[in-house]
Design a binder for this molecule. Structure first.
Ligand code: NAD
Ligand code: UFG
Length: 348
């Protein structure tokens, strides 16, 4: 329990809003900075409804050094959770500079202002995508961060590099107040808060499997396209390590607590350590919704890999964190959110 103040960039978004809940419930104070480019302020009203506590909300851009300076002047920030970023893989291939500008540029401006104010603890939202296409399906943190297949993934790898270099520079300079950097490499976050009040609310037609399946289940979309059934996996469809968003944000709180004894830069995988295929996900949705999920098998999606899952043992050893929720929890919580909010945060 703590009354430390955490700056949560991107705190109105899917993962950031769940992080706000866990932080407020653990008695942290929360300042959210979000430009609402991919979210709605309603998510924070729901956070308040769930926790009975009000996060401070500043609508602004993480690339705006003046807004950041004002925040660090006004609030005694202990550490930053940096969720703000754009995340649509397909869009990043069409508009690469938008992704480098927002994700890499945003990280750069943020750390410069943090250093100016002597706030040198950051937890960064990275992704399993930074491992590129390694020759293994089980990803450990010792794999090289190399070969991300799209500008989004590269923007995460570049941001990681900036943060690693900052930490290394302080070691070289023997800085007495060195950077403490934690890179959290997410596998596939899904699910929603158990209340059904907050969840993932993608703009337009979803690109990712779970929001797509749940919109089919609720009748907003007609049928799912399964991208390939000829992969060398259990049933030929793609296998991923799905992690409940609440487990994921609990990993962030564990990371926050580990700042006390650490120095430099550490990277951790946040995943469940096992994978499920697309057909297994469809079957789980059918069980929980009592609906058939219409689907068709189509060609593989360019850039997809067959299978991956995390080796999450380092996070267990060093952060004392592991996932607690199973696939049924992930699907039933997703379904509660989707069925209670068929149009997301829009007034239904
Ligand atoms: P999201 O889009 O729901 O949330 C991101 C938030 O950041 C949004 O509220 C958006 O408005 C805000 N934002 C974007 N650019 C900003 C800027 N320049 N200034 C201020 N606010 C800005 O996405 P999410 O799923 O919650 O993801 C959070 C973070 O986790 C992102 O950095 C994402 O890349 C990373 N991540 C997500 C996944 C996933 O599958 N959801 C997987 C791996 C990593
Ligand atoms: N899939 C379908 N049909 C769909 C959508 C997805 O069959 O309509 C399949 C994909 O081919 C894949 C699996 O479902 O086999 C999961 O696909 P997602 O798009 O949900 O997730 P990805 O693993 O491709 O990528 C996600 C994020 C990335 C992030 C990565 C790891 O989109 O940004 O997880 O965190 F980097």
């Amino acid at each position: 329990m703590s009354d430390k103040c955490i700056l949560v960039t991107g705190g109105a978004g899917y993962i950031g809003s769940h992080a706000c809940i866990e932080l407020l419930q653990a008695n942290y104070r929360v300042v959210v900075l979000d430009n609402l480019s991919n979210s709605k302020a309603e998510s924070l009203a729901r956070v308040e409804k769930i926790t009975g506590k009000v996060p401070v909300f500043i609508q602004g851009d993480v690339r705006d050094s003046q807004v950041l300076s004002d925040i660090f002047t006004q609030y005694d920030i202990y550490a930053v959770m940096h969720f703000a970023g754009l995340k649509a893989v397909g869009e990043s291939c069409l508009l690469p500079t938008k992704y480098y500008q927002n994700n890499v540029g945003g990280t750069l401006v943020l750390v410069e202002v943090m250093a100016k104010f002597g706030v040198k603890k950051i937890i960064f939202s990275s992704s399993a995508t930074v491992y590129g296409e390694p020759d293994t399906v089980k990803y450990t943190e010792t794999l090289p961060v190399y070969g991300a297949t799209n500008p989004y993934g590269k923007s995460k790898a570049m941001s990681e590099d900036i943060l690693k270099d900052l930490a290394a520079a302080d070691v070289l300079a023997n800085d007495k107040m060195p950077w403490k950097v934690i890179l959290l490499r997410y596998f596939n976050p899904i699910g929603a808060h158990i209340s059904g009040l907050i969840g993932e609310d993608p703009n337009g037609t979803p690109n990712n499997l779970i929001p797509y399946v749940s919109q089919v289940a609720v009748g907003k979309l007609e049928r799912l396209s399964v991208f390939g059934d000829d992969y060398p996996t259990i049933d030929g469809t793609g296998v991923r390590d799905y992690i409940h968003v609440v487990d994921l944000v609990k990993g962030h709180l564990a990371a926050l607590q580990s700042f006390e004894g650490m120095s430099g830069c550490k990277a951790y995988n946040l995943g469940a350590g096992k994978g499920y295929s697309v057909l297994q996900i469809i079957a789980a949705f059918e069980r929980h919704t009592d609906n058939k999920i219409p689907y068709q098998i189509v060609a593989r999606r360019i850039g997809d890999i067959a299978e991956n899952y995390a080796d999450p043992s380092l996070a267990l050893r060093e952060l004392n964190w592991q996932t607690e929720k199973n696939l049924d929890d992930m699907v039933s919580d997703t379904w509660r959110w989707q069925s209670q909010n068929p149009n997301g945060y829009e007034v239904n």
